[in-house]
Design a binder for this molecule. Sequence first.
Ligand code: SF4
Ligand code: SF4
Length: 410
Amino acid sequence: METRLPEDFRRSSEGQEAERILRSCVHCGFCTATCPTYGVLGDELDGPRGRIYLIKQMLEQGRAGAQTREHLDRCLLCRSCETTCPSGVEYHRLLEIGRKRLEGLAPLPLQQRLLRGLLLRAVPMRHRIGTLLRLGRWVAPLLPAALRHKLYRPRPGSGFRARPHARRVVLFQGCVEPAALPAAREAALRLLDALGVRGDSLAGEQCCGALEHHLQAEHRARHRARRNLDLWRRALDEGAEAILGLSSACVLEIHEYPDLLRDEPEYLALAQRVLSRVQPFEVWLEGHWPVHWDGIARGRVAWHPPCTLQHGLRAASVVPNLLRRAGFEVLLPADSHLCCGAAGTYSLFQPAMSERLREDKLAALQALEPEVVASANVGCLMHLEPAAAIPVRHWVEVLAEAVPPDRPAP
Ligand code: SF4
Ligand code: SF4
């Protein structure tokens, strides 16, 4: 695609990146068919090709209005278009650059600015999320049924205590996970224990920074990235084998630290060194899977691959492989490439589209008549669970229940 970006912008690192990405798009439109918002609205400007065109126009002309904001804000950043694109267009980076520029040209409406401010204060703090979820549980009985069914109910852990082990990994927690997924964390610790490995939590660990990164508070996300990298370097130097995450959105954000820290050579080099040891828990587990766990389980599981796992990390087949090896029947819903509508804070800013995508996703999952829906990201689980007619759980809980608790370390 031909571009005519203003000279001063072209000279900046973001300008060069935007120009490279815009030029890599050949305008074929293959991506449009796999875009969830285009699928619902049928408007070219609510698909990737249309959004690329809007960003190009905005960057070239230095102008944008409410219509541009509306179409760009509706993007879920799910990256389904990137999986489809035959030309390797890095759409997510172009959208990030475009959204940054949009801030100055067509500011968010006041109500959404207030919501963003509130989220930036509340969500990256673990204790505040725990308080909010507890508050939700206490007031739930007082709420009308329609609202009550929107509240996520975390599954508590049972107080499992691991045995001491010399081998260890770091089990990253992030900001939402400790309050929202205590049972999943315990399940992961139980599997690690059965494999003779300790799962450590690191004092001083920060939120991965995804929320701040996507809410235009990049400086705060960079600060968290630097703190985490310093901690992980120390942990790896002291013998930790890997840094593992149970939520694909966090792992993807961590894998993007080099982009975030591109103007800080020292931390960029550290990120590139450390990130080869940061993995989704399932990827590590696949490499350490003991043969005697084959065929231990029974049951039908519907698998919902989070966008961050399938389109971001490109590792959606690992969990189904593990569950199948364990003996589960694993079913994939129709249109499994489509987002469930969670997309970080999207459900708060775009509730109608988010709700519609959730309804479609749950209909596709429940049509499989599984005993349980399994997924791998805290956001998807919190979004789907309150509206589902069947249990929605982290895959690691489903798997850990199949492994006998008293099995000695191999
Ligand atoms: S599929 Fe790729 S090259 Fe084709 S229009 Fe979409 S982004 Fe551009
Ligand atoms: S990231 Fe998702 S919602 Fe956004 S344009 Fe691409 S496919 Fe559509």
